[in-house]
Design a protein around this ligand. Structure first.
Ligand code: PGA
Length: 251
């Protein structure tokens, strides 16, 4: 089963509109012949400008979160309809920074993923263990729990629109990467969990990225592993040249 790799930038809280325009203008020609699918998940304030710039290119537009309600009294939140109106295609849900700093739980991740799917947005669902959990041998249990929680009540028919990102929390923004073998092994645990819920065929088609200090130097080795279908890229997505090297390294 061949799965099209997807390299998605996660800009986090970086880039003003002005910086967004400069970065994308530089990036567009650099990745135009990419073999992998390419996306940039940008701050809300940059979505409109990014969308205008990448229209007609091979770069897909993404957001970094979405609320589960259609509308209402949720100060500071953004709905799936609002993202859809700006032609957003992908949206990150359950990033570990949301889980760590903003009280995101398996349940709210699930609600956000469902809201995204309900409006034909494609969620990039993040799972991953803390350093303490890895050190105490809990990695598999954690990603199994997070995966089951995130997919609760999601239809099999929606799986084609979902990407999972395995991001060991201790590897995010630290320059420490999981070894390619460890990443592949944990991703296979996630894949098997999808298989338990939806069957083997579904498990073999769903795309699962690795994220956590993925860069031009380690992309080829990570991507050589059978279970790894691309990357969610933080730091290395903030400079056009760096991101290009990751994208082109993901064959
Ligand atoms: P990083 O971030 O590449 O800077 O480690 C990845 C992520 O948080 O998605």
């Amino acid at each position: 089963m061949s799965r099209l790799p997807i390299i998605a930038g996660n800009w986090k809280m970086n880039n003003t509109i002005k910086e967004t325009k400069a970065l994308l203008k530089e990036l567009i020609p650099l990745v135009k012949d990419a073999k992998a699918e390419v996306a940039v998940c940008v701050p809300y304030t940059s979505i409109a400008a990014a969308g205008r710039l990448i229209k007609g290119t091979n770069i897909k537009l993404g957001a970094e979160n979405v609320h589960w309600s259609d509308k209402g009294a949720f100060t500071g939140e953004i709905s799936a309809d609002m993202l859809k109106e700006l032609k957003v295609e992908y949206v990150i849900v359950g990033h570990s920074e949301r889980r760590q700093y903003f009280g995101e739980t398996d349940e709210t991740v699930n609600k956000r993923a469902k809201a995204a799917l309900g409006r034909k947005l494609k969620p990039i669902i993040c799972v991953g263990e803390l350093l303490s959990e890895r050190e105490s041998g809990q990695t598999d249990n954690v990603v199994i729990r997070q995966t089951k929680g995130a997919f609760e009540g999601i239809d099999k028919a929606d799986l084609a629109d979902i990407v999972i990102a395995y991001e060991p929390v201790w590897a995010i923004g630290t320059g420490k990467t999981a070894t390619a073998d460890d990443a592949d092994k944990t991703i296979s645990v996630i894949r098997n969990t999808i298989g338990e819920i939806y069957g083997k065929a579904a498990a073999s088609t769903i795309r699962i990225q690795y994220g956590g200090s993925m860069n031009a130097k380690n992309v080829a080795e990570l991507m050589s592993k059978p279970n790894i279908d691309g990357g969610l890229i933080g730091g290395a997505s903030l400079k056009a040249e760096d991101f290009k090297n990751v994208v082109l390294g993901a064959k």
